[in-house]
Design a protein around this ligand. Structure first.
Ligand code: HPA
Length: 271
């Protein structure tokens, strides 16, 4: 990956009218419907943006959408890339570098995760305060990384404190239960064994998922303030582990979606 590639992606998007967005948003599970809130949308399919990772068949709807929400200019990623689909760390984080190049000043991320902390319940929302990277690699481990910023990136406070406080205040005002904790990222796509859930708990994780951490690392290299919120879709109790029920996970994510959207819309308004 080179700066020149990112510049070509930017040239394409600028020509299409992606003009100085303030906020970038990665729509993970639980936030998909935020798309319907975008006013005056302009769309760019991932497959048409130079140097963007090529979307798989399953993922043909992946696109960047530019527009306004609550009066703020935003650029939204509908669909993200995962390691478990066969993409590498550079593919997954390429869109972050492009959104940063477009001029975003803040980045919001959502995802679905399993609750390791058994005080947390299915359908709860968790604000990520810190993370553990168990994906076995880094999106900064490439030869010319210094073209883009530091190599030895500080990770002492990876999730923006000021925006976290805002999210907490919004949740309190809106009567939304907000858990807080440590997110551990794994490659997937298989779910965890009982022994693995036990291990993750001992390591200090409150929730486990298969995304987000690479994007957060790159945002920190770019000094781009970021926050991330998880929808907790299943309870990972190793002493009472039920077989995975994807249908139920999707259902729970869907039910939680209005709360997530409310939280994000308020945050967009306030910053
Ligand atoms: N493990 C990993 N990823 C997940 C889980 C889980 O239990 N639930 C939702 N995403």
């Amino acid at each position: 990956m080179t700066k020149k590639q990112v510049e070509e992606s930017l040239e394409y998007l600028n020509k299409r009218g992606f003009e100085s967005p303030e906020i970038g948003i990665i729509l993970g599970t639980g936030l998909g419907q935020l798309v319907s809130e975008i006013e005056n949308p302009i769309e760019a399919h991932y497959n048409h943006i130079p140097y963007f990772p090529l979307a798989t068949v399953e993922f043909h709807s992946g696109k960047l959408i530019y527009g306004t929400i609550s009066g703020k200019k935003v650029v939204v990623m509908q669909g993200r890339f995962h390691l478990y689909e066969g993409y590498d760390f550079l593919d997954i984080t390429y869109p972050i570098r492009v959104m940063h190049g477009l001029g975003i000043k803040k980045l919001f991320v959502s995802n679905a995760a399993g609750a390791i902390n058994l005080d947390f319940k299915k359908g709860d929302i968790m604000l990520i305060e810190d993370h553990i990277n168990l994906q076995g690699g880094s999106p900064l481990a490439f030869k010319n990384v210094v073209e883009f910023g530091d190599r030895f990136v500080d990770m002492s406070e990876p999730y923006d404190l000021e925006m976290r406080k805002k999210v907490e205040a919004i949740a309190q005002k809106e009567g939304i239960t907000l858990q807080k904790g440590v997110y551990v990222s794994v490659v997937g796509p298989q779910l965890e064994t009982k022994a693995e859930y036990r291990m993750l708990k001992i390591l200090g994780a409150d929730a486990v998922g298969m995304s987000t951490v690479p994007e957060v690392i790159v945002a920190n290299q770019l000094r781009l303030p970021i926050i991330a919120v998880s929808v907790l879709t299943d309870e990972c109790d190793p002493d009472n582990l039920q077989p995975i029920n994807i249908q139920e996970i999707i259902e729970i994510a869907g039910k939680t979606e209005p709360k997530m959207i409310q939280l994000f819309k308020e945050l967009i308004k306030e910053i």
